[in-house]
Ligand binder design. Sequence first.
Ligand SMILES: [Zn+2]
Length: 455
Amino acid sequence: MKTFRLFSFLAFVLCLLSAGAQQPTIALRGTIVTPDRVIDKGTVLISGDKIQAVGASISLPEHAIIIEGDNVISPGLIDLHNHLTWNFLPRWNAGRLFNTRYEWQAIPEYGLALSTPHSKIMDEGLSCQTEQYAEVKAIVGGATSVVGGFNSKCSDGLARNLDYYSGLYPPGTHEKLSYEIFPLELSEKTAAEITAGLDNHTLTSFIVHLSEGRPGDANAEREFRMFTARGFLRPGVSIIHGVGLNTADWQQAAKSGVGLIWSPRSNLSLYGRTTDVATAKQAAIKIALAPDWSPSGSDGMLQELKYASVWNDGQYPKVFTDTELVQMATSTPAQLAGLADKIGSIKPGYVADLLVIRRTEKDTYQSLLNASPSDIRLVLIGGNPVYGDDDLMRRLAPVADIEALTVCGSPKALDFSTETALGQHPTSWRQTVDQLNHALNEWGLSPVQLTPCPN
Ligand SMILES: [Zn+2]
């Protein structure tokens, strides 16, 4: 009996040790962007899935793995607007500008380049692979949370899918963020359910694609009128795009506490102009930044940040400060998602969704705004090292679980092992890419690279 008890105790200790091995205690050292302030020579201590301590002088447990270097540590970037399953497709340049999204969706070139290959791949049963590809692409681009995936259980555990599987609520709890692309097609019943959800707090956030067309475009104006008539001008609701909205619209939206999700690169490449963010900001609307999708927007959040920063440099006066731009990719989207107490900031008790980059500029915020894909040293999601420099990942993640990949000439590694519970779906990143490649080759296409590299 005693032997049995000893054996049980040892098994329990081994179990604890192996659990510890999956979630290493990590101390990240460097310059911390919280993002509201900067802590020089700081440390972020991560224990389990949470941030345990943050500061310039904190005591570390003996078993902590310490990551040193000239690092900039920011919250993982939060992408509130994407169409993830399209991001294996190449960049699309229509060669002309449009008045509204309905125009480009109707032309044959769009069908040939994007919608037909997309439908074929989805019809061939590779929807989960497109989702997994896009989530890895998002992570390689600095994101830890995304919205706009395939909405199935095919990629639990990789990036946080805030609209259907965030992992931020107790098991069995419904997600509190709802996302709609076509608000005009919402039934009265669904609209009533959404407003009731916002009333009783089973929903904290409703984000809608709205008025994606130039000012004066009839469709964009009609969408805003219908949106208003349905009672969606209210706190908890955020407008995606709003390119067609005018000063009076933004003032009306601001009075109601509505937020904005801005995708400048995609807007400018399709319509030759973007949302009037200067007016929206002046009206005190909270503005988050997101790529939209990679065929006309950026390949990831860091790239969209860089694009927004360059756009901002061209405005006189500048619309945003560097701090505000970084907040628009971290703490502001967390607020718009109703998750400001869990993600988007580096504070004790928050989940450890973190991005570590190599400092390339003297100014800390500029380092984040100008980062290139190879500058990413590490991405942690819920304390798990998911992607980063090959040597760091070998120290932090189980070596058997990681796969090598090269990003802009730099050796990186990815832990795709959280996908293994999916049974019928690929169990490795390599298999996912091979399956997509095989299907696309039949169409004379191959998946685009995960991220473009600077020349
Ligand atoms: Zn969109």
